[in-house]
Structures are given as C-alpha cells and as structure tokens.
Design a protein around this ligand. Sequence first.
Ligand SMILES: C[S@@+](CC[C@H](N)C(=O)[O-])C[C@H]1O[C@@H](n2cnc3c(N)ncnc32)[C@H](O)[C@@H]1O
Length: 251
Amino acid sequence: MIHFVGAGPGDPELITLKGRSLLEQADIVIYAGSLVSKAHLDYCKQSCERYDSAGMTLEEVMEVAIRGDREGKSVVRLHTGDPTIYGAIREQMDFLKQNRVEYTVVPGVSSFTASCAAIKREFTVPDVSQTVIITRLEGRTPVPELESLEKLASHRASMAIFLSVGDIERVVEKLAEGYGSRDVPVAVVYKATWSEQKIISGTLEDIAQKVRDAKIDRFAQILVGYFIEGEYGRSLLYHPEFTHGYRQGTE
Ligand SMILES: C[S@@+](CC[C@H](N)C(=O)[O-])C[C@H]1O[C@@H](n2cnc3c(N)ncnc32)[C@H](O)[C@@H]1O
C-alpha cells in the first residue's frame, strides 16, 4: 500500500498522529526534500529505504513506489504541508490507478494556516472576510486568466499566495490593481514553524522592499488582506444574546 502523507509546514511535531504512525511502519519513504524536515526521518525504522524526490521525475518516484508495493512493502510518499495543495499528487494518484495500485491520502497542516498562526491572526473574521483565497502568481506553471491575482484581489477576501515571493514586485502590482489601493496589509512568512522562520509585515506600499532587504526569495507565504490589520466584528457564535443548538441566548 502507498500512503500520501502531509508532513506539515516544517516543525516535525506538526504531522498528524496517523502520518507519524505510517512513517514509523514504513519500509520505503519518498520525501520532498526541499521543504520536508529531515527530522521526520528519525522516526523511521533503520531498515527503511529513503529517497529524496527533489531530484527525481514522476516516473522515477512511481517506479520506486510501485516496486515497493509489489514487494508487499509499506510506502510513504511524504509531502510538505498538506499534500492536496500544490502537491502534484493528482498525477501520482492517476499513475497508481492506471497500474492498479491502492493508495491512501493523509492530510497535513498546510503552510498557509501555519503562517496565519505564526502572525497570530484569523483569516475569517466577521465584517472583514468570510473567504480565503489560496492562489499563486503564474510562473512557468500557468494560472487560468479568470484566476489572475488582480481579479482575485478585487474580491477583497483574505488571501494566501504560495510560490510567488520570488516575484514580489509583480505580486504587489497585481494586488494594487485589484484593490485600487496600496494601503492594504500584507505579511510575508518565511519558513513558518522552522527555526529560521521570519515574519515581514507591511502594506502593498512597502512590502516588496522589505522582503528584498530580508533577502527572502523562496519558501514563503504572502498573506494579504484586512484580516491582518484593522477593525472586525464580534462573532455571533459566542455572543451572549445569540441562540444556537448548544446554548440559549439572553434577551
Ligand atoms: C510546492 S508548494 C507546497 C505547499 C504545501 N503542500 C502546503 O500545503 O503548504 C511550496 C510552497 O508552499 C509554501 N510553503 C511551504 N512550506 C512553507 C513554510 N513552512 N512557510 C511558508 N511557506 C511555505 C511556499 O510558498 C512554497 O513555495
């Protein structure tokens, strides 16, 4: 059996119990070495075969995984954060399906929620935004035109932008166009939950320069929106006058 497992954002304690247990039992681990902490491998058996997928193709990864499965071994494909977000797992799952190999998917803590936790904020606050947009700037991987940053920014929803800090100037220009303003709060979180974590705060006016000064050009989340700074409304759920299935509100 092959298990796609989310390793979490970096801190090895942020993997699920299920993920850790699968790592402990694994005979083969194929991990995304660029952003998965090697500390996760300390929990594997000594006999466990380890492969860093950073230098491997899809076909090479699949060859190792399918060979292991055919030999009756337990295989963990360890992805950074949550495997369902920019994990390139769909093509792996389809490859396995074509080869009639069974697999499971174990979720993980994504770097976008870890980054929001790092800045001690909530994406969804009343009277500000009830929507989170997870997106990226187009690079060598294209992004559909309807999902361009300027179009998404025009919704003024909370945003988490992956894979884009290397082109922060272009991100800022597109966001400013969508918002029609540069007075928009932004936080860039580099390597959230790692010991090297850095948080850079600013607005669309100054964030690009601050990020350049901090020499951050990869492994970062760009969080954007008024959930970072500004007023918000109180939640109804915990309001004394609000009645719901578990509590009678006061008049
Ligand atoms: C290929 S994507 C994988 C995302 C991953 N599946 C997740 O759920 O976080 C890699 C990008 O995720 C973001 N990322 C991953 N780990 C991060 C972390 N610890 N802190 C900040 N951003 C991170 C960066 O934008 C990075 O370029």
